[in-house]
Design a protein around this ligand. Structure first.
Ligand code: KG4
Ligand code: ZN
Length: 331
């Protein structure tokens, strides 16, 4: 179950780890008029949505509630009110059904989501690129996750959303810019790539966002061609920054696993495929529905945690922010 931001999602895995249902109720329409996610609206929407999302998941899986043997819920990081709604629902179900429950780190769920459809390959370089995070991890096993580097300011998805707002394109910005960029010239504008420090594992997207803002302000008239060219040039810069970091951090990994909402991006997917072929490594890239927030990825990690005996206690709480630590887990 995931209620960390603006998607209410419940998935059901069979004992053989087959995905029986993955219901995702998006709140985009509720938040779009505000140009971004409004936390209180999101929490209340989760409260409304969870009962029918649960019923629909059970229906799709063709099972009854009494057949559920364990529950996994995202408890960090995310919008605190949203996380608490999900956690309360999970505790209530676990208590009334007398079954165990486990709490899942949202980034760990993204990190392993490619393996819902690809074979797990260790060690792998993981890239989680979403609206809230852009981070690289070296993963030696399910429990050995080492944070390698991340953005020091805006996440890539956040930059997409802000640039779309600057161009008056609506929310969420990622899919809109992705579409617009297809009609623009990616070389129309050149940006100076932000260097946190030479050769650093860290990256920054806030300077790029400011450069876009200055370009928009310098225009007497913001034409459609300008918007398309800017979208294409901005997108190229984001994608090439990520590919550059992949090269820096790949090490001896034989697999690159990419997840999070920005992993839906058409140019990023194309460049990752080229990159993996060039380096002769396996690319584990989930289909778009498993890139953005979804319950399936939480069920996948949660099922493993339950197997390992990583059970949550009744006093489990939610945390708005928390890093995905090295050696998070047991093996
Ligand atoms: O993983 P996600 O659903 O939620 C977070 O955990 O943040 O990611 C949402 C982010 C948004 O910023 C959205 O603009 C971005 O993913 N996104 C995209 C695309 N589709 C969604 N960014 C670029 N291109 C896309 N096609
Ligand atoms: Zn996410």
């Amino acid at each position: 179950m995931d209620t960390s931001c603006d998607e209410t999602s419940i998935a059901i895995l069979s004992p053989q780890k087959n995905l029986l249902a993955n219901i995702i109720s998006s709140q985009v329409k509720l938040h779009a008029p505000h140009g971004g996610v409004v936390p209180e609206i999101a929490s209340r929407a989760h409260l409304n949505n969870l009962p029918w999302v649960l019923n629909q998941a059970l229906q799709e899986a063709g099972i009854s509630l009494s057949q559920i043997t364990g529950i996994a819920v995202t408890t960090s990081p995310g919008l605190i009110g949203c996380l608490l709604v999900g956690l309360t629902c999970a505790k209530t179900l676990a208590y009334s059904l007398k079954i165990p429950f486990t709490t899942v780190h949202h980034l760990k769920a993204h990190l392993f989501s490619p393996f819902l459809v690809h074979e797990e390959t260790y060690p792998f370089l993981g890239l989680v690129v979403s609206g809230g995070h852009t981070a690289f991890y070296e993963v030696k096993s399910f429990g050995q996750v080492k944070a390698l580097g991340q953005t020091v300011d805006d996440a890539a998805g956040e930059a997409y959303d802000k640039v779309a707002k600057l161009l008056g394109l609506g929310y969420p910005g990622g899919p809109i810019i992705d579409k617009l960029a297809a009609e623009g010239n990616p070389h129309a504008f050149k940006f100076t790539r932000a260097r946190v420090k030479k050769g650093s594992n860290y990256m920054s997207f806030s300077g790029l966002k400011t450069a876009v803002s200055l370009l928009v302000k310098s225009q007497k008239k913001v034409t459609d061609t300008f918007k398309k060219d800017l979208a294409a040039s901005f997108q190229r810069e984001v994608v090439e920054t990520l590919i550059e970091k992949c090269t820096l951090l790949l090490g001896s990994s034989k697999c690159l696993a990419v997840s999070g909402g920005v992993a839906v991006n058409s140019l990023l997917r194309h460049r990752l495929e080229e990159y993996a072929a060039e380096k002769n490594i396996r690319l584990a890239l989930p289909p778009p529905k498993l890139c953005t927030d979804n319950g399936a990825m939480v069920a996948y990690v949660g099922e493993r945690q339950l197997e390992l005996g990583e059970l949550a206690h009744w006093d489990a709480n939610a945390l708005a922010t928390s890093a995905l630590e090295a050696n998070h887990g047991t093996n």
